[in-house]
Design a protein. Structure first.
Length: 182
């Protein structure tokens, strides 16, 4: 649990960065741990079928144990997996994100999933901004997001944040959004 006196953007003793959205919603972001698997599985059961399809770019009815292990057992250097928790909701997972860099560490892809009941609170914007700053601090120069063209909300948010959309060669259903980091 977070304490009432934590400062937004500060890291607490558990390694959680405390953030606050423009709407005032407070949440924590930290690296996923092996012990998070049951809560992460529960989180993905609360993600809409469309949002699962947008996250995994394929029809997914349930996130399998094997896929959860892939999200949890990452090196946290080149590939990082994060969970977003709501301290005011018993630290329930309300979003999850991955940041995967190329071998040179200059280009990274970001993917975010969120529970439907937490959309519209500014979590996506604040989380993507946090991940972009995190990637930049690690030396990443280009942040990318591959989106289904049907995921208009994500595409709109990313464009607002300076991402530029380009078609994916050979797949008219997808678009890649790129943002140069300073």
């Amino acid at each position: 649990m977070s304490s009432a006196n934590e400062q937004p953007g500060k890291i607490d003793e558990a390694g959680t960065v405390q953030l606050v959205t423009r709407t005032g919603f407070k949440f924590g972001v930290r690296a996923v741990a092996a012990a998070d698997e049951p809560a992460l599985a529960d989180f993905f059961r609360q993600v809409t079928p469309d949002d699962l399809r947008f996250r995994f770019l394929s029809a997914v009815r349930e996130v399998s144990h094997a896929r959860l292990e892939e999200m949890i057992n990452v090196d946290q250097e080149r590939t990082e997996s994060f969970i977003v928790t709501a301290p005011d909701e018993g630290d329930a997972i309300v979003a999850a994100a991955m940041l995967a860099a190329d071998p040179a560490g200059e280009r990274a892809e970001v993917a975010i999933s969120m529970r439907a009941d937490h959309k519209g609170l500014g979590i996506g914007w604040t989380l993507l901004d946090h991940l972009a700053k995190h990637a930049e601090a690690k030396g990443v120069r280009v942040l990318e997001s591959v989106e289904s063209r049907a995921n208009r909300a994500a595409i709109s948010l990313e464009r607002e944040m300076g991402f530029i959309a380009e078609p994916v060669e050979g797949d008219s259903t997808l678009v890649v959004l790129r943002r140069q980091l300073d």
